[in-house]
Write a new protein. Sequence first.
Length: 104
Amino acid sequence: MKAIMDRSIEKQFITRDAMQFYQAIYRLGDEIEVAMFLRDVMTLEELEEVIRRFKVAKMLSEGKTFRNIAKETGVSSATVARVNSWLNHGTGGYGIALKDVSIS
């Protein structure tokens, strides 16, 4: 595991099955393949929620206010607070994922 983690990943998420799942995602070739895989493995609602949370994390990292984020994304203030907590006190995954993210 990476040394930058603030928290360790719970044991149930570092099993052999979990590691195979992570490897499968890691080996996908591009954004479209990732989208295709995630759409098959998640319900529409789950995928939409994950995308919203990622957008919330991005907006928080850009310094936007909780109120503006909730208004723009449609998520509750509790969700914004939860994402903020994981962004600042989680394993560091949001920070890694947000690094150099841009869509042309």
